[in-house]
Ligand binder design. Structure first.
Ligand code: TRP
Length: 330
């Protein structure tokens, strides 16, 4: 039996290079290795704690599905589905909530960050905090536990959530025996990905490189990367350069060495940026094309997501039945 590998992406719009390097690329590579039974989903109910615009949410769901497939996730090889299509997850969510220590939720990062920001600004600590945000880790535990996942590839910001999922599973198992498998996080070992201004690439800093910008926009964005005013002929330190840092994620080892030597001889920033554009565009060109095609054919995405849900719902129903018998409601 192959191990179960599961991961989800929250549809919040405009996937960028940081999401790609941190979550999408490693997850797609795992799927393509064929070593696991892969489950990849769109965590639409997780977005609902933040996105209250129906058109936007709906569009973002398609964008995440198209992004997965544009980068080569094959829905025939793995199961690709939408969280809200599996209502059993919500039933499990409630059951798990009854085994979750409130203290864990108080300590969860996303909620805590919100409270801290409120406090720093002299607002009521709970302002803007809904219960969806507060109990976010329980729903995530339900996502993971209902498929008996072995491995969950995530960015390092999600490690705490996987730890919470393990603890919830353990609290349940301690009473009823070994019902839930304990998942393991597979933290992606990606260094911090800098944005256009050198800070961490993040939507909230507005310094991202969106994955599917047109070639022209991509070029423009790269030209915005901050540099110093050293003239071209002056030798430059590649390890101190934002352009070089980004280049390394996309270039072959030989290309990296060639560019490194060029830096040390003296490179103009215009040339360095052109090199970065080359390797980036090389990797994004085909996915960009596929992404646009997919988004122009939403009924095909609908079909794929429906098929994904059809493939796993029976499994979810069977497992839920077992859990309900275990706790005595059935
Ligand atoms: N919380 C994850 C994120 O923001 C998305 C997610 C939801 C997820 N459920 C999951 C990831 C289960 C892995 C497993 O990126």
């Amino acid at each position: 039996m192959k191990k179960v590998c599961l991961t989800g992406i929250k549809p919040t719009g405009n996937p960028h290079l940081g999401n790609y390097l941190g979550a999408i690329r490693p997850a797609v590579r795992m799927a393509q290795s064929g070593e696991f039974s892969g489950y990849y989903f769109i965590a639409d109910y997780h977005s609902l704690n933040a996105i209250h615009n129906s058109k936007e949410l709906n569009q973002y769901i398609y964008e995440v599905a198209a992004t997965w497939m544009a980068f080569g996730l094959d829905p025939n090889q793995v199961v690709l589905y939408q969280q809200s299509h599996i209502p059993e997850i919500l039933e499990l969510n409630w059951i798990l909530a009854c085994f979750t220590a409130k203290g864990h939720m108080n300590r969860a990062h996303a909620y805590k960050a919100c409270v801290q920001e409120n406090e720093a600004n002299g607002r009521d600590p709970d302002q803007g905090v809904n219960m969806g945000l507060y109990t976010y880790p329980i729903l995530m535990s339900a996502d993971i536990l209902f498929l008996q996942s072995d491995i969950v590839p995530v960015g390092s910001d999600q490690l705490q959530h996987i730890e919470i999922a393990r603890e919830i599973a353990q609290s349940f198992n301690a009473i009823y025996g070994n019902i839930f498998k304990l998942p393991k996080a597979l933290a992606q070992d990606v260094p911090l990905i800098p944005g256009l201004d050198g800070r961490k690439m993040s939507k909230s800093y507005q310094n991202t490189i969106p994955l599917f910008s047109s070639e022209k926009d991509l070029k423009k964005l790269i030209n915005k990367i901050k540099t110093d005013s050293l003239p071209p002929e002056v030798p430059k330190n590649p390890d101190d350069s934002l352009i070089f840092t980004l280049y390394k994620f996309f270039a072959t080892p030989e290309e990296v060495e060639t560019l490194r030597a060029w830096y040390l001889r003296g490179i103009g920033w215009g040339d360095a940026k052109a090199q970065l554009f080359e390797v980036l565009n090389r990797e994004l060109m085909v996915p960009r094309q596929r992404y646009l095609e997919l988004l122009n054919n939403k009924s095909e995405i609908d079909r794929i997501l429906k098929e994904g849900a059809d493939r796993i719902r029976p499994k979810a129903q069977e497992f839920l039945k077992k859990i309900k018998k275990t706790i005595g409601v059935l």
